[in-house]
Ligand binder design. Structure first.
Ligand code: PMP
Length: 431
């Protein structure tokens, strides 16, 4: 049945489809951390709808909020509703106490890309400048502005003039330390030079956009202190800082937002993905009141602030609080990382296992000393895991990182089952 539907999809849906190419199934239903295909095969979902299903597929607790809201009101443009203002209040209350009063929230539209567009616009309007500094390995979306700050040229082929004045800096990538000029200690010099040296060739930008943990780039956690340095240098030079928390936010790392695990205070935070609870589209910005620069209707949109998505977000917040999912995420994440590190001791091709909460990366290399990426191995490995019933995404600067972003509610038993699949699959790949 899956094959038939995949064939039909190929014939009648645009060829831009991506995920079914590496995970060729047609999905029938899903619950918690398990997806069932139309043939009745069950898969452990460590892909999590690309880091969306933080509270699990079809979470019943959240569904109750959704059902109740659907009966009341679905579409309300950007009129105030109790539902919406309760969510904004909840978001602000979840920020560290000493900065709660400093921020506002606005909705971006249905997708993460919409929020990134809004963030870029706000930074440009506020500063009167138009340049943006982004990072190698960064992913921010598919609309023109968001795509322009996404580094992978694979997505930008033949799209040469998406947005002017975008520059890419190397990301802080501890495992590879790709540029010695850009380690934590030298971050100040790197950006100072960029901003103040007329011969850097770069006009002072409006903002830096950075993922506090790089997602598609390979679940890379920068060195401690790095984000703080980045913000400090940017602010010293009157440049705004946008933290794209679309993937690493909403409790993915165990904390509400990843910046809360650091001392860095960004000017703008983008959110989406997990905020929609069980996969409802929602996105927005949390931004400092002091940079408020929107004129009336400066960022409008028909589907901004969908009431059902908002109710789902409120449900997800309440579920996470009631069941203490913050702590659970931290502990189940540690458990999974420990298991993967055991696998690493037996496999010479696993160069690094890294993670925070349930945002975990396993980087495959041909040789642990040279760290030469091994994307061919991971391709085979992913296929073998798929055959045995485990789904995950592959990403990274070199397409050599197994990216695990499972539902945060994944049980120890499911982690154990996934590990058994990985152990069996890796054996096959070694032969
Ligand atoms: N920013 C980050 C960090 C992301 O991971 C993504 C999606 N992978 C986006 C932005 C874009 O979100 P969307 O696909 O909903 O437009």
């Amino acid at each position: 049945k899956s094959k038939k539907l995949l064939e039909l999809q190929k014939n009648i849906e645009g060829s831009v489809v991506s995920y079914p190419r590496s995970m060729p199934i047609a999905i029938k239903q899903a619950k918690g951390s398990i997806i069932e295909d139309v043939d009745g095969n069950q898969f452990i979902d460590f892909f999590g709808g690309c880091g969306v299903l933080n509270v699990g597929h079809g979470n019943e607790y959240v569904l109750e909020y959704v059902k109740e809201q659907q009966r009341k009101l679905i579409h309300a443009l950007d009129f105030p509703t109790e539902n919406k203002l309760a969510l904004i209040q909840k978001i602000l209350n979840k920020l560290p106490e000493h900065i709660q009063d400093d921020y506002k929230v606005t909705f971006g539209g249905p997708t993460g890309s919409d929020a990134v567009e809004a963030a870029i616009k706000l930074a440009k309007i506020k500063t009167g400048r138009d340049g943006i500094i982004a990072f190698s390995g960064g992913y921010h979306g598919m609309t023109s502005g968001a795509l322009a700050v996404t580094s992978d040229t694979f997505f930008r082929n033949n799209l040469t003039s998406l947005m002017p004045n975008v520059h890419f800096a190397p990301y802080n990538y501890p495992y590879r330390n790709e540029s010695n000029s850009y380690d934590q200690l030298n971050a100040i010099d790197y950006f100072k030079n960029m901003f103040t040296n007329g011969h850097s060739g770069i006009l002072k930008p409006a903002a830096i956009i950075v993922e506090p943990i790089q997602g598609e780039g390979g679940n890379i956690i920068p060195e401690d202190g790095y984000l703080e340095e980045l913000v400090r240098v940017a602010h010293e030079n009157d440049v705004l800082v946008i933290f794209d928390e679309i993937q690493c936010g909403f409790f993915r790392t165990g904390s509400f937002l990843e910046f809360m695990n650091t001392k860095a205070i960004p000017d703008i935070i983008t959110f989406s993905k997990g905020f929609g609870g069980i996969g409802f589209p929602i996105s927005g910005l949390i931004y400092k009141k002091e940079i408020e620069a929107w004129g009336a209707a400066a960022h409008i949109g028909t589907f901004r602030g969908n009431q059902v998505s908002i109710a789902a977000a409120r449900g997800a917040f309440d579920f996470i609080e009631e069941y203490n999912i913050e702590e659970y995420t931290k502990s189940i994440g540690v458990y999974l990382v420990e298991k993967l590190k055991e696998l690493q001791t037996e496999n010479p091709f696993i160069g690094e296992v890294r993670g925070r909460g349930m945002m975990i990366g396993v980087e495959f290399v041909k040789d642990r000393t040279t760290k030469e990426p091994f994307p061919e191995f991971i391709k085979k490995f992913r296929y073998e895991c798929f055959q045995r019933g485990l789904l995950f995404e592959v990403g990274g600067h070199y397409n050599n990182v197994l990216r695990l972003v499972p539902p945060l509610i994944t049980t120890h038993a499911i982690v154990d089952a996934a590990m058994e699949i990985m152990i069996a699959s890796i054996k096959v790949c070694m032969n």
